[in-house]
Design a protein around this ligand. Structure first.
Ligand code: URA
Length: 209
């Protein structure tokens, strides 16, 4: 079963409090999501493999470490996932970015991909799927299925806040996918909002209603 990592660094928790606050306006909300995504990028990359190289310092020749060429792909789920991309790229600037947009057909209940554009070599990349809110887990589940159908082999899911229902869905459907969160909240309400959550992440990021 995929592991759930709650990245409870004090800076992440502090900033998340202001992200949750209903009095935080669009500009500040966007900046805070960006900062938290950057801090989460630091944590989610902790286990990237390193390789040793030889470096000439001004003093002597030393054995040093660099990333072992692991290629990263960031996959924001449209639209709210876009709010996490820049923060991630500030620490992983060479990452490629693929986009997935989907909705459920109201009659067939099947996922419909209305937009999908991915790096050509997704099967060789460690993919990090980005979506701020893991509520029922429906979109993240569908997006991960879409990526696997196209050859993705290594996938992580990174969200700001999850409900236990969403985590359970991903663990059941994708036992190979680890989930990285800033917080695991209590539950979903009758309208599918995470409680206590932060409201609608897309609307708060983009100032829509
Ligand atoms: N999507 C959101 O943006 N917020 C929620 O609480 C649930 C789903």
């Amino acid at each position: 079963m995929g592991k759930v990592h709650v990245l409870d660094h004090p800076l992440i928790q502090h900033k998340l409090t202001y992200i949750r606050d209903k009095n935080t306006g669009t500009k500040e909300f966007r900046e805070l999501v960006d900062e938290v995504a950057m801090l989460m990028a630091f944590e989610i990359t902790r286990d990237l493999p390193l390789q040793e190289i030889t470096t000439e310092t001004p003093v002597m020749e030393a054995t040093t470490k660099v990333l072992a060429g692991k290629k990263i792909g960031l996959i924001p789920i449209l639209r709210a996932g876009l709010g996490m991309v820049d923060g991630m790229l500030s620490l992983i600037p060479a990452a490629r970015v693929g986009h997935v947009g989907l909705y459920r057909d109201p009659e067939s209940l099947q996922p419909v991909e209305y937009y999908i554009k991915l790096p050509s070599d997704i099967s060789e990349r460690e993919l990090i799927v980005l979506d701020p809110m893991l509520a029922t887990g429906g979109s993240a589940n569908d997006a991960i299925h879409s990526l696997k159908k196209r050859g993705a082999k290594q996938i992580r899911l990174m969200c700001l806040i999850a409900a236990p229902e969403g985590v359970k869905k991903i663990q059941e459907e994708h036992p190979d996918v680890d989930v990285y969160l800033a917080a695991l909240d209590e539950k979903l309400d009758d309208h599918g909002y995470i409680v206590p959550g932060l409201g609608d992440a897309g609307d708060r990021l983009y100032g829509t209603k």
